[in-house]
Design a protein around this ligand. Sequence first.
Ligand SMILES: [Zn+2]
Length: 466
Amino acid sequence: MIKLYDTLSRKKQIFRPLSNKAVKIYACGPTVYDFAHIGNLRTYIFEDILRRTLEYNGYKIKQVMNITDVEDKIIKKAKAEKKDIFEITKPYTKIFFGDLKKLNIEKSEFYPKATEHIKEMVCLIKKLIAKGFAYRGEDGSIYFSISKFRNYGELSRLKKRELKIGVRIEADEYNKNQAQDFVLWKMAKVGEPSWPSPWGWGRPGWHIECSAMSMKYLGETLDIHTGAVDLIFPHHENEIAQSEAATGKKFVKYWLHSEHLLVNNQKMSKSLGNIFTLHDIERKSFNPLAFRYLILTTHYRSKLNFTWESLEAAQNALNKLYKIASASPRNDRAENEKRKKFYSYEVQLCKRTSDIQKYENQFLAAINDDLNMPKALVVVWQIVKDDNLVPSAKKRLLLKFDNVLGLELNKIKPLKIPQKIKRLAAQREKLRINKQFIQADALRKKIEELGYEIEDAPQGPKVLRN
Ligand SMILES: [Zn+2]
């Protein structure tokens, strides 16, 4: 039994799929005008854990993630750089997929682009006009009338009065005369990309994109819709209004949202200069999967505080898991020899089998309890520390759990030694040659504390992962 926290009901709900075919999931994707920052990546990792947990439970998945390739920020950047919007969106789309791959995020079944689904969006807007939910504003743009949609504000639980105050009025996102009504179709402006429609040349608003594309690929009702908490209002509220107004059916069965990522306890912002990307992480010689591990240490509904120290700790933990996962049968033989002295083989075997079952049950219970990955990691470390399990049994368990963890424990990464460690190792070698053994040993200890070890081989010292 899987339980998931649903934002609409504010409760953990037992997951029951709409049908016994594939589970239909829609995830709001990137606006491709810049690098994804680590806060965005946290959301994509959470969505991957959800997908993998469902798969671990035997479900098939049909997942859609949209690529927003026409939007105000893209147009602004294209104008500033005197480029076509596609010259901006193409390279960043490529970088986005590269990031997903490095983080070992499973591929969605569909990645529809907004610019390739204008027809579907126009069709949906037509339907909303016909049903009386949308109208043409004085500026010629088409708006959604939220006063016509009775349940507006249910997801964010904002009362209509609060909505009025809370809405940040961006000139071309809302109707100036009716500030809560959001735009569905924007009239073309000179020098901006536009497409034909029954209301003249223009381009779609951002919200309609997700309603149109989810319906096209997944049908009128979805099992699960995901995103970051900052999308609850207005984006997801608007998606519900548009979709349910058009179809008269429930849009989404379970809404799942992941919390913010903070950097040194502050919100990421340009002015603080603390917006980091996966490239920053790689530049500092970290394995991108160490970042993935770090994300797993905090539950997706809690704020996560990112620091470089916490990433370093995550990298060290991951290195230890790689070591366990690379155990060979040779290790087993040595361990068995040691144990023979204390227990009979039969006693050992029996105990081991029940322990393995216990760990498997605990891991499953943790992930099925609203994706409690911190708890799942506790089970992982209990296994690592369990002296009753032989190395190969530990390895088997970790590799099985890695179907959810996604840390690529089956692919041992070639070790990348950070510059800092290399420098320390060189200093130590110098001291050793000068026979300053006490100082040399102190440096060796320091290197070990940082998660690496030195092996003195005939051809010179080698730095290894601890
Ligand atoms: Zn969306």
